[in-house]
Design a protein around this ligand. Structure first.
Ligand SMILES: [Mg+2]
Length: 184
């Protein structure tokens, strides 16, 4: 029985990479500035990295699960030179309103990760650009849900939407990583 690890759960579109309408082609994948370096810093500090992504484009028939895996292969190959590896990439292919095991705001994938990778969720973080990312983090019981202004995050702020639970707002993923590392 060793100590439990800490983790950072990352939304994909709008958080790691530019939000593009139903991104399905590897060549369309464009990471935000500083993302590889920031992930590397988090990982070096002992945080396990996970991606948790809703991919309703699969359920809608816009692209296949294979297409998504090709995007993830490219994501991983961009990050590999930085020494960054995701322990697991969780995805939910269902459309909103369909029964779904893990579609955010469901906390199920975070609970699965905690069980399978021996994580302490109370010392872990969820980062995303939408309310459903925050809600997922709250329901899972992470230390802090972090809202980035990239992706849809800025629109939320401009629309005056106030999340109904505790969260920390930052400009982008590098700022989120800095904040986590200062707390660690
Ligand atoms: Mg997103």
């Amino acid at each position: 029985m060793g100590d439990l690890a800490r983790a950072v759960f990352l939304d994909r579109d709008g958080t790691l990479n530019l939000e593009k309408h139903y991104l399905s082609k590897p060549e369309e994948l464009e990471l935000f500035e500083g993302v590889p370096e920031s992930l590397s810093l988090l990982q070096s500090a002992g945080m396990e990295l996970f991606v948790v992504t809703n991919q309703s484009g699969i359920g809608r028939g816009y692209f296949s699960e294979e297409d998504m895996h090709r995007v993830h292969d490219r994501l991983c190959s961009i990050l590999r030179p930085y020494g960054v590896t995701f322990r697991h990439i969780y995805f939910a292919p269902e459309v909103p309103g369909q029964p779904s095991y893990g579609r955010k705001p469901s906390p199920q994938f975070l609970w699965d990760a905690a069980r399978d990778y021996r994580l302490d969720l109370k010392q872990s973080f969820m980062i995303g650009d939408k309310l459903c990312d925050l809600q997922c983090g709250w329901a899972a019981g992470v230390a802090t849900s972090i809202l980035v202004r990239t992706g849809y995050g800025a629109q939320l702020e401009q629309a005056g939407v106030e999340p109904e639970g505790p969260f920390h707002r930052v400009h982008d993923l590098p700022e989120a990583a800095d904040w986590i590392l200062q707390k660690a």
